[in-house]
Design a protein around this ligand. Structure first.
Ligand SMILES: [Zn+2]
Length: 393
């Protein structure tokens, strides 16, 4: 086996930033051999200007919506966005498939190596079968009324079976679109151990659970969904739905968290002391949040409460690119005090842990094949609009 030796200005291991005195040794097939001091690395060292990093993990995408790129106007708010997506589902299949292929190519070129992808259809199956990227498929289900739960779960199970052979789970869409009965079926399904849910993407979601008011009743009306049996919990969206997740050894990726409050996070910490909860990962999709509502989650608040953060691109319906580095740039622009090492860990190791693929991805530990990226034009470990990443191996 041939070995390659990489040295750059900085080497991000998945956990911390090392300097140019360390060499990353990898087999030519991509498997990491280890990190050693440069002085012990011998001849044939490849030297680069920039930062070496494991490949990006995109924890939240909807590849099947790629044909909606550039179609839905920006900054029109959450309920308008949902209606726009739902009203544009009758697109010709060849156009959908072409957009899926192009969007995947974009992710590969952007240095993404693994994706948590939401599926409402089997459209992405053939592209994913080519093996260009590793996917965890989240078959998404929704159904607001308890009486629909068995039926909706059965439908999700059919799609779940078409993805068999790849990593797959059944996941609820959002607290406001699934009944307690449907959540119970999802939680109880054997092997369904990597879950995700869109969480508190807008404040309207909290308003709906607290009082039954806000913009959501109008959305349900427009979609013809009867909510006459709904009783507001008087609590936030997160505090209403989290007790339905009670598998201890599973992980739950909470996506967006734009309207998550300090009280929600304190409540979650106290709740966890008394009741079983999955390991929680808080996935940030800043590009999509900006696109839809022009706001971002309070990342400082999430950090000060010890939340494990990951990154997602969301779909091309609500983002200009499927590119994790672009997401990090957006965060750094708004939260300039966060170190690059922290940002990179969210986008690599944390994401791999959330998708239960940390045995292969997310860090330069021996035996993993996480992909080796070179991040260029990041002077003084700051991202700028010129910063780019490319795959070295
Ligand atoms: Zn989403």
């Amino acid at each position: 086996m041939h070995y390659r030796k990489f040295v750059a200005d900085h080497l991000f291991t998945g956990r911390r930033m090392l300097d140019d005195q360390y060499a990353l040794i990898a087999r030519s097939d991509g498997e990491i051999e280890g990190i050693i001091e440069k002085k012990d690395a011998g001849e044939d060292i490849e030297t680069y200007k920039g930062i070496l990093s494991p490949g990006w993990i995109n924890c939240h995408c909807h590849l099947e919506l790629s044909h909606l790129k550039g179609i839905i106007p920006e900054h029109t708010g959450m309920t308008h966005f949902l209606l726009s997506v739902m009203s544009r589902r009758n697109i010709a299949l060849p156009r959908i498939m072409e957009a899926i292929e192009e969007a995947e190519r974009q992710m590969v070129n952007a240095g993404i190596v693994a994706v948590g992808d939401i599926c409402n259809t089997p459209h992405t199956l053939s592209q994913k079968s080519k093996g260009n990227l590793v996917y965890h498929n989240f078959v998404e289900t929704m159904g607001f009324q308890d009486a629909l739960a068995d039926n909706r779960f059965e439908q999700a199970l059919q799609l779940y079976k078409t993805f068999a052979g790849m990593p797959v789970s059944i996941a609820p869409h959002a607290p406001y679109s699934v009944s307690r009965s449907l959540l119970a079926l999802i939680n109880d399904y054997p092997g369904n151990e990597i879950l995700t849910i869109h969480n508190q993407e807008s404040e309207e979601e909290n308003v709906f659970f607290r009082s039954g008011g806000g913009a959501f009743p109008e959305l349900f009306g427009a979609l013809g969904i009867d909510i006459s049996g709904f009783h507001p919990s008087g609590k936030s969206s997160l505090q209403t739905c989290l007790p339905s997740f009670e598998k201890k050894d599973s992980s739950l990726i909470l996506v967006h968290n734009v309207a998550t409050s300090a009280e929600d996070l304190q409540w979650t910490a106290h709740y966890r002391l008394r009741y079983p909860l999955p390991e929680l990962y808080w996935c940030l999709c800043p590009g999509a949040n900006q696109y839809i509502q022009g706001r971002l989650p309070d990342i400082d608040l999430l950090l000060s409460n010890g939340c494990k953060l990951t990154l997602g691109s969301d779909s091309l319906a609500s983002n200009h690119r499927l590119d994790i580095l672009e997401e990090l740039k957006t965060i750094q622009r708004h939260f300039p005090h966060i170190t690059l090492a922290d940002l990179l860990q969210w986008a690599t190791l944390n994401g791999a842990e959330a998708l239960h693929i940390q045995d292969r991805f997310g860090s330069f530990d021996p035996g993993k094949s996480p992909g080796i990226l070179l991040i260029e034009e990041a002077e003084n470990q700051r991202l700028s609009e010129h910063t780019r990443s490319r795959r070295l191996l």
